[in-house]
Design a protein around this ligand. Structure first.
Ligand code: NAP
Length: 328
């Protein structure tokens, strides 16, 4: 039985990845932050809380991380914990940078000194590319980063730390550069989740208005349960590398929001209000990627159309809301 450690197991990707690894008969050790209170809704919803060994740890404490790696000597280590909100990173740049980079150094240093055969996955992000200009689209792994947020800067630093441990010490480390991926387990402050959740509330007459910021941004949105399959595939290879994980399709936020409202039979213009306070100082206008390296080298398959993605997200959110009602 292989052992995998997942940081950020309580998050969207951590939960879906834990479920995938359990289905492949891994022993899964899930790391959560110290003194985390309350039930872990993501794991409860997927029905896997009891199947995971949960451990509290401060990933900024080098010694604790070293002891953990020494104790488990895991076959695979998936580092998903991060302050993951771009918006929040503008409000808390220092804590975002500190956690998103120092935790990575602590883990890789512990792997190097205590368990050098462990395979390591780093959750990198398309936000590292920043505003790279239309000529570079669709993005490929070779495009240079020019991050446009404290979050993007922290992820770019962690990315290069990971590459450096592979090149300098031969650590089996790779980075998945993931574009936006969504599900009903996404945090409440993320925009696609907010649109679908609020539209369902409007339909149920629980509210009447959805406040949004810049609707003209264009992004490459995908489905989280499919994206975690790529993380696992990356650690099953003989060599370790960087891969863009994306849908390869681009659309505007307006298009997604209008489509959600139309599918639910709601009047978009009547219910959606644009709010200046939700606009960012610096925003990526358009970003989408080319997933051919992941498809060709990893055999990752992703074939959901945008329309199928929106249908799936609405159906999943309805299921999640029903589950929450039963749970309370
Ligand atoms: P998420 O739902 O926000 O989950 C983040 C996880 O990190 C949670 O388990 C959270 O724990 C944990 N965490 C945050 N701050 C922490 C701290 N100070 N100490 C310990 N744990 C902490 O994010 P996600 O969507 O699953 O994304 C997973 C990873 O992929 C992240 O690194 C994210 O930056 C990256 N990524 C995500 C996307 C995307 O579209 N989803 C795209 C590119 C890259 P709590 O539950 O206790 O808060």
């Amino acid at each position: 039985m292989k052992t995998a450690i997942i940081t950020g197991v309580s998050g969207q990707d951590g939960a879906y990845l834990a479920k995938l690894l359990l289905s492949k008969r891994y022993k899964v050790v899930g790391l959560i932050r110290l003194n985390r209170e309350g039930a872990i809704q993501t794991l409860d919803f997927l029905g896997i809380t009891q199947d995971i060994e949960l451990k509290e740890i401060d990933l900024l404490d080098r010694l604790s991380v070293e002891n953990l790696i020494d104790e488990y000597k895991p076959d695979e280590f998936y580092n998903l914990a991060a302050q993951s909100s771009v918006g929040l990173s503008f409000k808390s740049p220092a804590t975002t940078f500190e956690f998103n980079t120092i935790s990575v150094i602590n883990i890789l240093e512990a792997i190097r000194t205590k368990s050098s055969e462990t395979k390591y996955y780093q959750a990198s992000s398309s936000e590292m590319f920043g505003n790279i200009g239309i000529d570079n689209l669709p993005l490929k792994e070779s495009v240079l980063f020019h991050p446009a947020s404290p979050y993007g800067i922290s992820k770019a630093s962690a990315h290069w730390v990971t590459v450096n441990y592979r090149e300098a010490y031969g650590i089996n480390a790779c980075c998945g550069i993931l574009f936006n991926h969504e599900s009903c387990l996404r945090g409440e402050n993320f925009v696609i989740k907010k649109i679908i959740r609020t539209a369902l509330e409007i339909k149920a007459k629980k509210t009447d208005v959805l406040h949004l910021g810049n609707l003209s941004v264009q992004r490459d949105w995908g489905y989280a349960p499919k994206f975690v399959e790529a993380m696992w595939l990356m650690l099953q290879q003989d060599s370790f590398n960087e891969y863009l994980i994306c849908s390869g399709q681009v659309t505007s936020l307006r298009n997604i929001a209008e489509s959600v409202f139309e599918k639910l039979g709601l009047d978009f213009e009547k219910h959606v209000k644009i709010e200046e306070s939700l606009m960012r100082n610096l925003e990526l206008d358009i970003i989408y990627g080319d997933n051919s390296k992941a498809k060709n080298e990893l055999g990752w398959d992703y074939d959901l159309s945008l329309d199928q993605l929106i249908d799936t997200l609405i159906k999943d959110e309805e299921g999640f809301l029903r589950w929450k009602l039963k749970d309370t």
